[in-house]
Design a binder for this molecule. Structure first.
Ligand SMILES: Cc1cc2nc3c(=O)[nH]c(=O)nc-3n(C[C@H](O)[C@H](O)[C@H](O)COP(=O)(O)OP(=O)(O)OC[C@H]3O[C@@H](n4cnc5c(N)ncnc54)[C@H](O)[C@@H]3O)c2cc1C
Length: 479
């Protein structure tokens, strides 16, 4: 390590301590304009202002350049934080002075899209929406979707094992990746770019990098599975008297003869009241006074047939739960308006800046009891503590955002986590459904994970990144 000469360049007030010599060597690899510092970086920090804390962004264009940068950083002992779209919600991408942000934004090529194989070979910096649009030209889709589609990258989604609205039927990112390439801490390249579903040739090591949040290597390329896209979609919103009724409706929709269920998003009353009011949304025949609303999307051959199917579903659910309301979107515009009510979560953060948010998953049979219990226990802490609850109900993933400005002071923060996380493991759920651990949830992992799992995680980390240069301070509890 060269500890004598340090660059002192400010970016948002940050001071760096990265050896000058290393900067020169990296510049020779990626070119001067792709080593961005100070005002020249001019990058949106995304979901966390500390993402750019390092004050230094390196943007390689190829796997070979990533490998060369990693070799140099390894030699100088400088840590690297990989970043994609910076939409991560658990502080996995935050960086600090003395580290280097490795941005994948120039590795943004779809290298191959094969309609017969139904596969896409992509570089890690490809934005989800770009892939969705390219696949749609072949009547295909990546089978995974989330509200951050316009910024989230395939590399970031692989690294967080992203879930989203279609996970209940298509699985999470782990189930969409056929092949993967990653650069390790020492600059060596792990390459398994198979384009087939079946590959039983030894340990399937790509899974180490999926969900590792950049702590084991830099994902550079991947092969993704694509699915046929339905010719038509339709969307409906139901207001339901209970969670049991919402789960009943999901079961009916899964059993539909005409359409295939593509999304089942739940919006508890305080959440939909807030987003509807923010967007000035109202419908004369749809009162927002039911405990929970369910946004359903069906895919199939014809839009009119799907809308008729929704009317049939409405009739069926009314028979079982008479206090149900429903509205079917009659046009693409109405469909988009309904989706905004679910996807525009910014509305909550405008009302409560940096509001504490949680991302749990709960087995479907336990959701009703879980939500009742946490609502009641939170008001035991403070009668005014009322969370916004929404999420991917069909797979049991709930997002819970408090009606408080964050971060919460202690001991309130711990008391809230004790309520939200206490019974989760016993119920068969998880404190982190799809957002990961990052830097925000390490203490929760340390408190709840199986001891043997924690030891194995440490051994894997030591084996792949002995000097702890890959995204240090993330995911793993301190040794
Ligand atoms: C409005 C909104 C809605 C969201 N909805 C969902 C949702 O429905 N489901 C869901 O799962 N998530 C959701 N998220 C969270 C976020 O979009 C995902 O975590 C996404 O996968 C992050 O991708 P990214 O490219 O932005 O990664 P980043 O935020 O840049 O990075 C996330 C983590 O991955 C690491 N990383 C990034 N790229 C690489 C790489 N190439 N190699 C190695 N490590 C890398 C980073 O170091 C960091 O630890 C949402 C976020 C927002 C803002």
């Amino acid at each position: 390590m060269n500890g004598l000469h340090f660059s002192q360049v400010g970016l948002h007030g940050a001071h760096m301590a990265v050896p000058h010599m290393l900067l020169g060597e990296i510049r020779a690899v990626v070119g001067a304009r792709n080593l961005r510092m100070g005002a020249a970086a001019d990058v949106d920090p995304g979901s966390n202002p500390d993402n750019l804390g390092a004050g230094l962004i390196v943007a390689p264009a190829t796997t070979e350049e990533v490998a060369a940068v990693m070799r140099l950083c390894d030699r100088h002992g400088v840590p690297v934080v990989a970043q994609g779209g910076r939409t991560g919600l658990v502080g996995g991408g935050v960086s600090k002075p003395g580290e280097i942000v490795l941005s994948l934004d120039r590795m943004n090529r779809i290298e191959r899209l094969d309609a017969v194989e139904r596969t896409a070979v992509v570089q890690a910096g490809v934005v989800l929406e770009t892939l969705q649009q390219a696949a749609a030209e072949h009547r295909l889709e990546p089978g995974i979707d989330l509200a951050a589609r316009g910024s989230a990258t395939i590399g970031g989604m692989i690294s967080t094992n992203a879930g989203g609205v279609m996970a209940f039927s298509n699985g999470v990112m782990r189930h969409r990746v056929l092949g993967l390439e990653a650069v390790l801490a020492d600059g060596s390249v792990y390459r398994d770019m198979t384009r087939v579903v079946k590959n039983a040739a030894g340990y399937d090591l790509k899974h180490l990098f999926i969900g590792a949040e950049g702590t084991l290597g830099v994902v550079t390329r991947a092969v993704l599975k694509l699915d046929p896209i339905p010719r038509a979609t339709a969307t409906a919103l139901f207001g339901l008297p209970s969670v049991a009724a919402a789960l009943d409706l999901i079961r009916l929709a899964l059993d539909s003869e005409t359409g295939q269920l593509r999304a089942a998003e739940a919006l508890w009353r305080p959440f939909i009241e807030l987003t509807a009011s923010a967007h000035g949304w109202s419908e004369p025949d749809f009162e927002l006074d039911r405990p929970v609303c369910l946004l359903l999307a069906l895919g199939g051959g014809r839009e009119d047939a799907l809308r008729t199917e929704f009317e049939k579903l409405f009739g069926d659910i009314l028979e079982r739960h008479p206090d149900t309301t429903g509205i079917v979107a009659g046009s693409k515009r109405q469909e988009e308006a309904l989706w905004r009510l679910r996807e525009d979560t910014d509305v909550v953060y405008w009302a409560h800046p940096a509001a504490p948010s949680y991302d749990v998953s709960v087995p479907l049979s336990q959701i009703d009891g879980y939500v009742r219990a946490i609502l009641s226990r939170l008001t035991d802490i403070d009668p005014e503590l009322k969370p916004y609850v929404f999420g991917h109900l069909a797979d049991g993933n709930l997002h819970i955002v408090l009606n408080r400005q964050g971060p919460l002071p202690e001991p309130l923060a711990s008391a809230v986590e004790a309520v939200l996380y206490a019974d989760l493991a016993a119920l068969g759920g998880s404190f982190s459904a799809e957002h990961g651990v990052g830097s925000k949830r390490i203490h929760s992992l340390a408190a709840t994970a199986d001891r043997t799992k924690l030891k194995l995680m440490r051994r894997v980390k030591d084996a792949l990144d002995g000097h702890s240069l890959m995204n240090p301070g993330k995911v793993l509890p301190h040794a």
